[in-house]
Design a protein. Structure first.
Length: 233
């Protein structure tokens, strides 16, 4: 899907791109992709933010691309996440949190919502700084419920990967039966199974056996491995 297919909203103090139905964007044909419920890109001006608001029964992963975000929640967590940092929140039975740009530069970040494998979980919070060298020319798991040791833990059979491909590099991802794969291009240009994608473009694969990623110049991306069906208990 081209970048133009995203839902775009500009409130003056925040620009938002919604890839799935979210907030005032509703498309009955684009409610979710497997257990992926939201993939949002935000650009937040300095001094602005989202005041305290509630969430429940969703796993929320935040990836900071540029700038810094100040997080505060009713579990007692408060801190600043900078570039290359990731936080995960199990909202479970319910939490309240706020997100502000207290820095001097615009803040660009992704927020990804995943349906948990089980409802009524105990709320939890975690964060980690990842080194860019870790995802250079490889897919690095940032958040996962599939047992990757160095990834932040989420309560879902999902893995969120990040990768940065240098000039004339290739990656391959083998998708298994009963899985979806979601790809979003953060920067640059990338060939995905022969189709050229640029910044803001996305690709969605339905039980594709092998996905080939190749760049002639350079590119950065997020890839999410998702179960087709999510059964909550």
């Amino acid at each position: 899907m081209p970048a133009e297919a995203r839902y775009y909203r500009d409130k003056g103090w925040v620009e938002s791109y919604f890839l799935l139905s979210y907030s005032d964007y509703y498309d009955p044909k684009n409610l979710n992709f497997g257990s992926l419920r939201a993939f949002n890109e935000f650009i937040l001006e300095p001094g602005k933010g989202f005041s305290s608001h509630p969430h429940a029964e969703v796993e929320i992963t935040t990836i900071v691309l540029e700038g810094e975000i100040t997080h505060e929640d009713n579990m007692g967590n408060r801190g600043v996440l900078g570039k290359e940092e990731v936080q995960c929140i199990t909202t479970g039975r319910g939490i309240e949190h706020s997100e502000f740009n207290r820095g001097k530069e615009p803040l660009r970040f992704y927020q990804i919502w995943i349906s948990p494998y089980k409802n009524n979980l105990e709320p939890a919070y975690s964060k980690k700084k990842f080194e860019p060298s870790g995802w250079k020319n490889r897919l690095l798991p940032l958040a996962s419920g599939q047992g990757f040791e160095d990834a932040l833990k989420i309560n879902a059979d999902v893995t969120i990967y990040r990768a940065s491909l240098e000039k004339e590099n290739k990656l391959h991802f083998n998708s298994k039966e009963g899985r979806f794969v979601f790809i979003y291009i953060s920067n640059g240009e990338l060939s995905v199974n022969g189709q050229s994608l640029r910044q803001g473009d996305q690709a969605r694969f339905d039980e594709e056996e092998t996905i080939h990623l190749e760049t002639a110049t350079s590119a950065e991306l997020v890839l999410i491995d998702i179960p087709v069906n999510q059964v909550n208990i």
